[in-house]
Write a protein that binds this ligand. Structure first.
Ligand code: SF4
Length: 359
């Protein structure tokens, strides 16, 4: 096991992918890449990283953008709290830190949205500080290498993995070591079908020797995913002669916070059109009452970590809406608004009735 660190770094120097955040020493860009890559594959995150660097090349420019602009650029990447926190942290850096990126682990960790993992990654990669990163790739690689058969999300196992990685950490090249660990887990010791035949650690890997690479890492039982039923209403309104649609900004502490969707009725199952009219969205005082709604074909679904969102869409023409609750947006400006992936898939599907004959 003594050879793990030098062998791993040797492998990394030969095989690492040429990625834009590996060509910079700018802590802002390294931090940006780490936030984007949380729960996200490199191939998926790369275009988002490039778009952010183009639109917000400095932390000042990110801090000076509106939250809506930031969420719009983030649209499609999921876990939107990352974008809101990124924006807030950029404002912390330009405000409290006067535009200078914090240079200690504790100060980096105190930025909004930065946990132990991201703080260790930024501190080690941007500033050469000796902090070990433990992400999903590292956990998988270490549990297999050391043959750890207890559930990987147990607190005791997490501590054990952290301690092993800390002992392995190359204190002279912590950033390179951390990136090598993550790269190895992402490219060789992958979740399904790890590339054991070509793995340089095959002889010492306990999971391989015990023929347990399929069962390690062991996961706790999957938690039950809650199913939610969304009935979305596309309210089409002619406002001052301009075709408009009504949007709703999701302000509650729920999924997709601060993103936009349509007026919504959520229920424990599907409602009929009559059932929908009996909900508060169509209450006596609402100017929406009296409209006629038509269900659009199809059902839409989005799987989140702990929830399954199912949606049906209805449309109708209405004389008005409750302006205090909703925003009336010209149809030609709809694309400026950050929306959940499910809504953007719906909007780009063929046959959506945003046509002159409806308005
Ligand atoms: Fe992972 Fe296989 Fe290498 Fe073990 S031998 S570290 S399971 S790739």
């Amino acid at each position: 096991m003594k050879r793990i660190t030098p062998d791993l770094i040797g492998w990394y120097r030969l095989h690492k992918r040429d990625l834009p955040w590996r060509r910079t020493s700018d802590p802002y860009r390294i931090w940006l890449s780490e936030i984007i890559l949380q729960q996200t594959r490199v191939e998926q995150g790369l275009p988002f990283y490039e778009r952010f660097c183009t639109l917000f090349p400095t932390v000042e420019q990110l801090a000076g953008a509106s939250e809506r602009e930031v969420l719009k650029v983030w649209q499609g990447l999921g876990y939107y709290s990352r974008a809101r926190n990124l924006h807030e942290a950029a404002q912390m850096i330009t405000g409290k830190h006067k535009g200078i990126f914090p240079q200690t682990y504790e100060e980096i960790r105190a930025l909004k949205g930065v946990g132990e993992y991201t703080a260790a990654a930024v501190a080690s990669i941007a500033f050469g500080l000796p902090y070990a990163v433990v992400d999903g790739n590292v956990k998988r690689f270490i549990t297999r290498l050391y043959g750890i058969e207890s559930p990987v999300d147990d607190a005791g196992v997490r501590r054990k993995i952290r301690s092993i990685v800390h002992q392995l950490l190359d204190k002279d090249h912590p950033g390179e070591f951390n990136q090598a660990m993550m790269e190895y887990g992402a490219r060789v010791c992958v979740p399904l079908n790890p590339d054991c035949p070509r793995c340089i650690f095959q002889l010492s890997c306990l999971a391989f020797r015990k023929n347990k690479t399929v069962t390690i890492p062991v996961k706790s039982k999957q938690k039950f995913k809650k199913e939610r039923f969304f009935h979305y209403l596309l309210m089409l309104i002619s406002h001052n002669g301009i075709p408009c649609v009504v949007l709703n900004q999701r302000r509650n502490n729920d999924i997709w916070k601060n993103l936009y969707d349509f007026p919504l009725v959520e229920h424990t199952g599907w409602l009929t059109e009559r059932g929908l009219f009996n909900t508060s969205l169509f209450s006596e005082t609402s100017p929406m009452r009296g409209g006629k709604i038509i269900r659009m074909p199809g059902e839409w679904m989005q799987m989140l970590t702990h929830q399954i969102i199912r949606a049906r869409f209805y449309y109708g023409r209405f004389s008005g809406t409750n302006a205090a609750l909703h925003e009336i947006v010209p149809l030609i400006r709809l694309a400026d608004y950050p929306v959940p992936v499910m809504i953007s898939r719906f909007l780009s599907a063929p046959g959506i009735p945003f046509t002159d004959e409806i308005l």
